[in-house]
Design a protein around this ligand. Structure first.
Ligand code: HEC
Length: 180
């Protein structure tokens, strides 16, 4: 075999390999998306759908259910931003906001020596779990013109934890709802 013959054969082999490569690339490009489209939508929809449905169900839990599962320890750390304005300890006084010892069950806007907003003064009633749950979600929506310039805690699970913790700040905590 002389040099030119070898070159021809090598060229033919390389040419064939190149052709095969191109065919593979094209068939990949043509058939792969099809395979993906046909094969995956169903399982993907099932896998993605189930947890999404579970998550969507979470906010629909009642406050009683949330409180039955609430974690006062987590609630204690979730009250970190509240300490800027509130005292939590027994006998502690007014800061930027009224002290929160014993707040669960006490009449709204009732700490002597704290100048509540007119909206809070006229709110009426005692601080039930449900009222605190609404108030700390969006203070300005619950008490228009409130002096509590806290944007609110949107997570219902965290709010339930916070309430469970606030409830421990008392000599006679109001019993939390029990799980069913
Ligand atoms: C920026 C300061 C600030 C922060 C942060 C803050 N508060 Fe307040 N809070 C206030 C003020 C001021 C009032 C009085 C509101 C009024 O008079 O309208 C208040 C009122 C309250 C009341 C009603 C108390 C009563 O005696 O009627 C509760 C309950 C309360 N805050 C809970 C919380 C919780 C829980 C947090 C944290 C999640 C928090 N606050 C964060 C300033 C704050």
């Amino acid at each position: 075999m002389d040099f030119f013959q070898f070159n021809k054969i090598a060229g033919a082999v390389l040419g064939t390999l190149l052709f095969v490569q191109v065919v593979i690339l094209i068939s990949d490009a043509v058939f792969h998306p099809h395979a993906a489209k046909q094969g995956y939508p169903l399982p993907a929809a099932q896998e993605g759908g189930a947890p999404a449905a579970k998550q969507a169900a979470a906010p629909e839990q009642s406050l009683d259910q949330l409180l039955a599962k609430a974690d006062a320890k987590k609630g204690e750390s979730d009250t970190a931003p509240c300490h800027l304005c509130h005292n939590f300890g027994k006998g502690e006084g007014v800061k930027i906001g009224p002290p929160l010892w014993g707040v669960v069950g006490r009449p709204k806007g009732s700490v002597p020596g704290f100048d509540y907003s007119p909206g809070m003064k006229s709110k009426g009633g005692n601080w039930t779990f449900a009222d605190i749950f609404q108030f700390i979600k969006d203070p300005a929506a619950y008490v228009p013109g409130t002096k509590m310039t806290f944007t609110g805690e949107p997570d219902p699970v965290k709010r339930a934890d916070i309430i469970a913790y606030l409830d421990t700040l008392s000599d006679n905590p109001v019993p939390l709802p029990k799980g069913k």
